[in-house]
Write a protein that binds this ligand. Structure first.
Ligand SMILES: CC(C)(COP(=O)(O)OP(=O)(O)OC[C@H]1O[C@@H](n2cnc3c(N)ncnc32)[C@H](O)[C@@H]1OP(=O)(O)O)[C@@H](O)C(=O)NCCC(=O)NCCS
Length: 142
């Protein structure tokens, strides 16, 4: 069961990796099978949505005491816009709340309208913003 879940998540992430935004502040490294298996051994929790036998969406969340933090969420392109991302993330937040979480955190790149939409739908509030700065052209250190 566990191995099946890990393989399914590996396939989902392999398919979706190119769809994550890559900015100076945000990146989603493609995980190999060992890294995917390590999600479970690190104590993270994985919540998924299936269409028949296929895992079509998943979210990964960790919890320390009263604080839960989402690692990532992804839904296969052909299944987006149907509430699956919000549903799996909501399930993860509810489960962590049942385990004592009182503060839930998540990220969301400003360029990622879909991610921000999921967060907004679940009631997340933006409490901090990260800015990426670079020197004007021509002033970069050699
Ligand atoms: C982000 C992602 C998981 C969203 O999944 P999804 O199943 O399509 O999202 P949902 O259908 O549950 O949408 C939830 C809300 O976000 C909104 N939303 C979804 N996609 C949107 C988009 N492209 N632009 C604006 N809003 C969007 C929906 O309208 C909905 O809001 P509503 O409840 O007010 O109508 C999906 O786009 C994805 O896998 N992207 C690639 C990976 C990624 O970037 N993950 C997030 C970073 S960890």
């Amino acid at each position: 069961m566990f191995v099946e879940a890990a393989v399914a998540l590996f396939e989902l992430e392999r398919t979706n990796n190119a769809n994550y935004p890559f900015t100076p502040a945000t990146s989603q490294e493609l995980m190999d099978r060992e890294a995917i298996c390590a999600l479970w051994s690190r104590g993270l929790r994985v919540f998924g949505a299936h269409d028949g036998d296929q895992l079509v969406g998943a979210t990964v969340i960790g919890q320390r005491g009263g604080h839960a933090e989402t690692e990532f969420t992804s839904v296969l392109a052909g299944h987006r816009g149907r509430g699956i991302g919000a549903a799996v993330k909501a399930a993860s937040v509810i489960a962590c709340a049942q385990s004592g979480a009182r503060v839930c955190g998540t990220g969301g790149a400003a360029v990622n309208d879909a991610s921000l939409g999921v967060n907004r739908a679940l009631g997340y509030e933006i409490t901090e913003r990260w800015y990426s700065c670079q020197p004007p052209q021509g002033l970069a250190a050699e």
